[in-house]
Design a protein around this ligand. Structure first.
Ligand SMILES: Nc1ncnc2c1ncn2[C@@H]1O[C@H](COP(=O)(O)OP(=O)(O)OP(=O)(O)O)[C@@H](O)[C@H]1O
Ligand SMILES: O=P(O)(O)OC[C@H]1O[C@H](OP(=O)(O)OP(=O)(O)O)[C@H](O)[C@@H]1O
Length: 209
């Protein structure tokens, strides 16, 4: 029998990181939160964690450099990458919404977002020919300053909207953290990936993810 090969997993830094590492640990992988350092690749017994920007997780998984990863559905759909998505992990819940200043009624001619592809698809579906401006963060400021007459961004508690006199005009999609798996790795590393998916599925079903 050959020794099992290393499993490489892509995990985004930021708000998902700690929860994702903890979940993988509770699913039986010998991983733990790395000590604070500048290291971006963390080696454990038979498992390597790659600490990436959210947007890069689907890229690493699709191209097979990571066998699997954890990423928000919002980022996954925006990426357009064709990865296997076996499991909704049911944390990092939020929605992607069209947002305007409270009471704004004029036409939408320019929309700012970190999600230009999803914004384009949404506007096209409604026959709206607005210009899309890609921004990188604090998207709500674009609506406040007049850079755009609407923005497409994430809403969770609604606290950011309330603090900035903005309102949700339409919900475009619901998001939560997803497990994504490279389609070839699913076959080649089946003996490692299948049990991992099933253990994660059990944790989610028990409300423990
Ligand atoms: N306020 C929120 N509440 C719950 N989940 C959120 C919230 N904001 C974002 N998320 C989810 O968590 C994911 C990661 O969010 P995070 O804030 O870490 O990303 P970011 O720092 O904006 O990304 P990056 O800097 O890599 O562009 C998002 O893709 C989304 O799925
Ligand atoms: O509805 P709420 O609970 O207020 O959450 C929504 C906010 O959280 C996210 O921002 P984040 O803090 O990640 O900063 P960013 O805009 O730089 O991405 C998102 O982009 C919203 O601004």
């Amino acid at each position: 029998m050959t020794a099992p090969s290393t499993l490489t997993l892509a995990v985004p830094k930021g708000r998902i990181f700690e929860r994702a590492v903890d979940l993988l640990s509770r699913a039986g992988l010998p991983v733990h939160l790395p000590a604070a350092s500048r290291a971006l690749r963390h080696h454990f017994d038979g498992v390597t964690l790659l600490e990436l920007r959210n947007q890069d997780v689907p890229v690493y998984v699709d191209l097979g450099v990571a066998d699997a990863g954890i990423v928000g559905r919002d980022v996954l759909l925006e990426s357009g990458r064709s990865v296997f998505e076996p499991l909704d992990l049911r944390f990092a819940g939020c929605r992607l919404s069209l947002i305007r200043e409270v009471g704004a009624a004029g036409p939408i001619t320019r929309v700012a977002s970190k999600y230009p592809r999803l914004t384009r698809a949404y506007l096209q579906e409604r026959g709206l020919a607005a210009e899309i401006v890609k921004l990188s963060g604090n998207i709500e400021l674009a609506a406040l300053t007049g850079l755009a007459d609407a923005v497409v961004d994430l809403v969770q508690t609604g606290g950011t909207l309330r603090a900035n006199h903005l309102e949700e005009v339409d919900v475009i999609l619901e998001s939560s953290a997803r497990l994504v798996v490279n389609r070839v790795a699913l076959k080649l590393k089946r003996e490692q990936l299948r049990p991992l998916i099933e253990r994660l599925r059990t944790l989610v079903a028990e409300g423990d993810a």
